[in-house]
Design a protein. Structure first.
Length: 321
């Protein structure tokens, strides 16, 4: 096992075996720049400052001799032979991620429960979708119907992208989602939005989701896990039925992680919103020292923010999907 530090952000991750430095960084949740991930584009170029690397695959991209002499290399084509310090471009926010169009293939389409479907697509190896946790994309189905959907998966698994699609109220509700077949082509355009994680913070992070608002929240939490964030993580799920459609997953996070607390709020969403806000305010007066991530319907968002403003509190701690 080797340790890699990436400057200038001072991110670190551990590397095993013959995994490329690009794969290792992405699986650790570090948003380094990349494009094709196959040695053709040069977007994952980095500079070796300390340590030794080994090339593990041929690449078509040609580095100028001056850059090679200065220590530049492609992260997708090299692995670590020792502990490393490298310099690499990283995305610090949504503005650092370029817009992309990626044709993907359907790999799974199934019901999560009687209200929500799961759609999982896979990108080509040569054209993955670069995105930050909490972002969304425009999804175009084979019949040319389109909708903007939150990505429900972590960018640490950049080829396999997941969406949660409600059977009622979804822009796709009247389109033939059940007719989707394995390997059907789905076009993704994006990413969009700045509902992104405040990485490497020591403040407690509170994640509040109503129904399929959990899709974006799931992406954020799984990214926090990949970053090995040690700050307290609270998940609050509001839902109309007795059990949220991914209740078992949320409960498994709480069981497995010492810093995760999971609370569920079945029934009337507006009443739950008021109760949850008052509970948060008691535990965190003036909402100070926390980050809040809120993903739900417009009515729930208005309810929560109306309480913030009625208390005369700043809305800086709250990010809204």
């Amino acid at each position: 096992m080797t340790s890699i530090k990436i400057l200038p952000a001072h991110n670190t991750f551990q590397q095993w075996g013959s995994q490329s430095l690009l794969d290792g960084a992405l699986k650790a949740g570090i948003a380094v720049a990349y494009g094709c991930s196959n040695g053709n584009c040069g977007a994952c170029k980095a500079k070796l400052l300390q340590g030794h690397i080994e090339r593990i695959r041929y690449h078509d991209y040609v580095l100028p001799e001056a850059e090679k002499g200065a220590g530049y290399f492609l992260m997708c084509a090299h692995k670590a032979k020792s502990d490393l310090v490298i310099e690499a471009e990283q995305a610090c926010g949504a503005d650092d991620i370029p817009m992309q169009q990626v044709k993907t293939r359907v790999k799974k389409f199934t019901a999560l429960d009687e209200r929500v479907n799961l759609l999982r697509v896979q990108t080509p190896r040569t054209q993955t979708l670069r995105f930050l946790a909490g972002q969304k994309v425009v999804v175009t189905l084979p019949d040319d119907s389109r909708a903007t959907l939150a990505i429900a998966s972590c960018p640490c698994d950049e080829r396999n992208i997941e969406f949660h699609i409600p059977l009622n109220g979804s822009p796709f509700a009247q389109h033939p989602l059940p007719a989707l077949k394995m390997n059907d082509t789905i076009l993704l355009e994006g990413p969009l939005g700045d509902f992104t994680l405040e990485s490497f913070c020591e403040k407690p992070s509170l994640f509040i989701a109503e129904e399929t608002g959990f899709a974006a929240i799931k992406s954020l939490i799984e990214h926090a896990f990949s970053l090995e964030m040690s700050c307290p993580l609270e998940l609050h799920l509001m839902h109309r039925s007795d059990k949220h459609y991914l209740h078992n997953l949320a409960r498994s996070w709480q069981d497995a992680m010492d810093n995760v607390v999971y609370r569920t709020y079945p029934g009337n969403a507006m009443e739950n919103c008021l109760g949850l806000f008052n509970d948060i305010l008691k535990r965190y007066p003036a909402l100070s020292g926390i980050h809040i991530y809120l993903a739900g319907t417009d009515s729930i968002t208005r309810c929560f923010m109306d309480q913030v403003h009625s208390e005369g509190l700043p809305d800086d701690p709250v990010k809204i999907f």
